[in-house]
Design a protein around this ligand. Structure first.
Ligand SMILES: *[C@@H]1O[C@H](CO)[C@@H](O)[C@H](O)[C@H]1NC(C)=O
Ligand SMILES: *[C@@H]1O[C@H](CO)[C@@H](O)[C@H](O)[C@H]1NC(C)=O
Ligand SMILES: CC(=O)N[C@H]1CO[C@H](CO)[C@@H](O)[C@@H]1O
Length: 435
């Protein structure tokens, strides 16, 4: 105990003395500012709907436990730009943990029923960037999470790309550090690989994402690199000029979870992919938790949390999931390449062809400008809302709608959970008023 206390003190001191290196993109990989390749060992972290990075005590408890299993990243879906995040961000930095955070808020995210990129969105995204750019352990921003949730959602892609373009421009204009800006996609088989390629395509670096990431739940239980389709995910990413990683993974349909996909991500795929974020830290109704803050209680009992899942306190590992992830990660630490030795070889890629019923974005159209909304009565296009030819758009949209369940189905459900929170913001806030 004495020994671990003094070790903890030493760790605390050295954290004060040395700032955490920042994360940057070079070619198709992430590097630390010290030149080491960076692979995410991440965990999705959203204890409360509006902002889990306010309660410093909680952040210290959680980051300390995450550090014991080698996590180096958390993903947070919603933050309040007006909150004070200094102590939480320091707690995570002291534990060597980076933040990947969504710029979109509950009422401003780009979504496929009403694709748009307008000033209320721009301003809300900018406020989150203004707050979080100050922290060296912010590794990346998302301009959206699962904005597209069905096979016929491709017309929304240009709005995602426009959001990234404008947020990159805002970052330059303000003189902020080059914090990577990307997107987190639902895994929709019908849109592979067009969506990732569209968001990464073109010669103009200022118009493409800095990274792409995928929420994939296709590796369940006793699967394999081939059976899960991960081999295809790798094969379809080798030409990508930007980094790619899994922004959610951890299928839970087969128990216990053994996180065997991590072996592939940090093994066969490590030349192309940059690691993953495991879904998720807190145990709640969806049963993806790595830890809990105590046993579920009867929601009807006095003072009980609305869903029975306590959302703060001392984290207790969920068994055997937590130790399983710990032991898998312990064996995986690809060294990758050093930035100085890495010469990016992937050239810019061309934008996917317009394919009615499959990918309804014209590769030669300009991206939407700020203030633009999608007109579903107009044609398949990425550009002008008054573009012509909708003769086969309606017909193909119908074809697109007959999509079958895919590995993305699980991700879709998660996204619906999250979007449900978004749509029912008032409800969600009321739900958490007891906190
Ligand atoms: C890989 O790309 C091909 C087309 O280039 C596509 O048919 C296939 O479904 C893709 N696979 C995955 C897993 O994305
Ligand atoms: C897209 O498909 C969904 C079903 O997956 C359907 O509800 C929706 O109306 C379709 N959208 C368009 C624009 O056709
Ligand atoms: C990879 C790993 O550690 N798997 C373990 C997960 O938990 C089960 C049940 O305790 C063990 O049998 C596995 O070996």
């Amino acid at each position: 105990m004495v020994q671990s206390l003094s070790l903890a003190l030493l760790a605390g001191l050295s954290a004060v003395a040395t700032a955490i290196p920042t994360i940057e993109v070079k070619g198709s990989k992430f590097f630390t500012s010290e030149g080491d390749q960076f692979y995410l060992k991440g965990i999705a972290y959203q204890l409360v709907p509006d902002d889990p990075l306010i309660d410093a005590t909680q952040c210290r408890l959680d980051s300390a436990l995450m550090e014991t299993i080698g996590a180096n990243s958390i993903r947070v879906y919603h933050v309040d730009p007006n909150g004070d995040h200094k102590d939480c961000m320091k707690a995570f930095a002291d534990a060597g943990i980076y933040l990947w955070v969504d710029l979109d808020t509950f009422d401003t995210y780009v979504e496929q029923n009403t694709p748009r990129w307008e000033s209320d969105q721009y301003e809300a995204y900018a406020r989150v960037m203004d707050e979080f750019q100050q922290f060296d352990n912010v590794a990346g921003f998302f301009v959206g999470n699962e904005a597209i949730t069905t096979a016929n959602g491709s017309v929304t892609a240009p709005y995602i790309k426009a959001a990234a373009r404008d947020m990159k421009a805002y970052r330059e204009e303000k003189g902020y550090r080059n914090i990577p800006i990307g997107y987190s996609a639902a895994d929709i088989a019908e849109l592979r690989p067009m969506l990732q390629n569209f968001l990464a395509c073109g010669d103009d670096e200022s118009e493409r994402l800095d990274f792409f990431s995928l929420n994939a739940y296709s590796w369940c239980g006793d699967s394999s690199y081939e059976q899960s389709g991960y081999d295809q995910l790798r094969a379809n990413s080798t030409e990508l000029p930007i980094p790619i990683y899994m922004s959610e993974t951890g299928c839970n349909t087969a128990r216990p979870r053994d996180f065997a996909d991590q072996n592939a991500l940090f093994g066969e795929m490590a030349d192309t992919w940059s690691g993953s974020i495991v879904y998720e830290w807190i145990e709640e109704m969806n049963n993806y938790g790595l830890i809990s803050y105590g046993p579920q209680v009867d929601p009807a009992s006095p003072g009980a949390p609305p869903d029975g899942f306590t959302r703060s306190g001392t984290p207790t590992p969920v068994l055997p999931d937590f130790p399983n992830l710990s032991s898998v990660w312990a064996t995986l630490s690809p060294s990758g390449v050093q930035a100085a030795d890495y010469k990016p070889t992937n050239s810019p890629i061309t934008c996917p062809d317009l394919t009615p019923g499959a990918w309804e974005v014209n590769p030669t159209s300009a991206l939407p400008t700020l203030g633009q909304k999608h007109d579903f009565n107009a044609s398949p296009t990425s550009g002008s809302p008054t573009a012509t030819d909708d003769s086969d758009a309606d017909q193909t949209a119908t074809t697109g709608a007959t999509t079958t369940a895919t590995p993305g189905a699980a991700a879709d459900r998660l996204s619906h959970d999250l979007q449900g929170m978004g749509v029912g913001l008032a409800g969600a806030l009321a739900l958490f008023a007891w906190l």
